[in-house]
Ligand binder design. Structure first.
Ligand SMILES: Cc1ncc(C[n+]2csc(CCOP(=O)(O)OP(=O)(O)O)c2C)c(N)n1
Length: 298
């Protein structure tokens, strides 16, 4: 499917809200089918994935390998419980594959394997490698005279790893404006808050100092997410010579009141009672989100 660059009007905003809501629900359902998953960090990046996949990226689920497609690296590979539903909904695989998420014999595991899962460009799971993989994909585009963009999504806790900063330095050194490094800045990691474990702020100023074209926006506002991603592509199209970095301010577990901003929901499972509460919370959340789109959309 080609990228859809129609205007981001109220109807488009509401279309994407509906999609994000469906995907949040499918994420919880996938964790239920599989027994568990990294729910908190999947919910925090769902709005980013929605805008990327359903508006920005050039992809074709009928031809997953087509050479001119945009590339995506889920560097925070543990968020597969949210990413696999996107790939299924997008048409790469039937929903039956999700129903056996991470069970013996399943193609879709807790971290996605590009040899098994259609639509996945790079296997990830070991943190700290996605930016360097993205640098390789962006350099390959340049050498092959290809127009595609490469998008990498990292976690903020993941940015503790020095290898990321080596990757950012090389992206700037090679002037890779066809690379967009995104951070899901949910302020929580596996067993604590990032600021308490290893503070990485001020993240936007660090990216600037590393010579990136940097934006920082609300990662739960679809309009702002879209603006930043479109700005990154426009920057490349107009001859910008730096990689783009986007810091998305988000909350772990966004959408489910009892998970929100709580690192204890980094990984978890839902019994019937918790599942009912979680889905009810998503009902209220979706209503609020649509109200905002109605009010602020043009
Ligand atoms: C190299 C490596 N070390 C440790 C882990 C275990 N691990 C999985 S998720 C995680 C926390 C990551 O935090 P963050 O990047 O903020 O993820 P998010 O909150 O977005 O889920 C850790 C340490 C790993 N996957 N890879």
């Amino acid at each position: 499917m080609p990228a859809n660059y129609g205007p981001f009007d109220k109807a488009e905003w509401l279309r994407l809200e509906k999609k994000a809501d469906e995907l949040r629900r499918l994420t919880l359902q996938t964790a239920i089918w599989g027994g568990s998953g990294h729910i908190g960090g999947a919910m925090s990046c769902m709005d980013i994935l929605t805008v990327l996949y359903y508006r920005i990226m050039k992809l074709d689920p009928k031809n997953p390998e087509y050479e001119d497609r945009d590339r995506f690296v889920l560097s925070k590979g543990h968020a597969a419980v949210g990413y696999a539903p996107v790939l299924v909904d997008y048409g790469y695989m039937p929903v039956e594959e999700l129903k056996i998420f991470n069970l013996t014999g399943a193609k879709i595991g807790m971290h996605l394997d590009s040899n098994k899962v259609k639509g996945v460009d790079f296997s990830t799971g070991s943190l700290g490698h996605g930016i360097s993989l993205g640098v390789g994909a962006a350099l390959a585009a340049r050498f092959r005279n290809k127009d595609y963009m490469t998008f990498v999504l990292c976690g903020d806790g993941e940015m503790n790893e020095g290898s990321n900063w080596e990757g950012i330095m090389s992206a700037a050194q090679f002037k890779l404006s066809n690379l967009v490094i995104m951070v899901d800045n949910n302020k929580c990691m596996i067993d604590g808050r990032v600021a308490d474990e290893m503070n990485i702020e001020p993240l936007d100023r660090k990216f600037n100092a590393f010579n990136c074209n940097t934006y920082r926006v609300d990662g739960h506002n679809l309009s702002e997410i879209n603006e930043a991603l479109e700005a990154a592509i426009e920057y490349r199209n107009k001859g910008g010579d730096k990689p783009t970095a986007i810091v998305f301010d988000t909350f772990k577990g966004e959408g489910v009141d009892f998970m929100k901003d709580n690192y204890l929901w980094h990984y978890g499972s839902l019994d019937d009672e918790k599942a009912a509460k979680a889905f009810a919370s998503l009902d209220a959340y979706y209503k609020e989100r649509c109200e905002r789109a109605e009010k602020e959309g043009k």
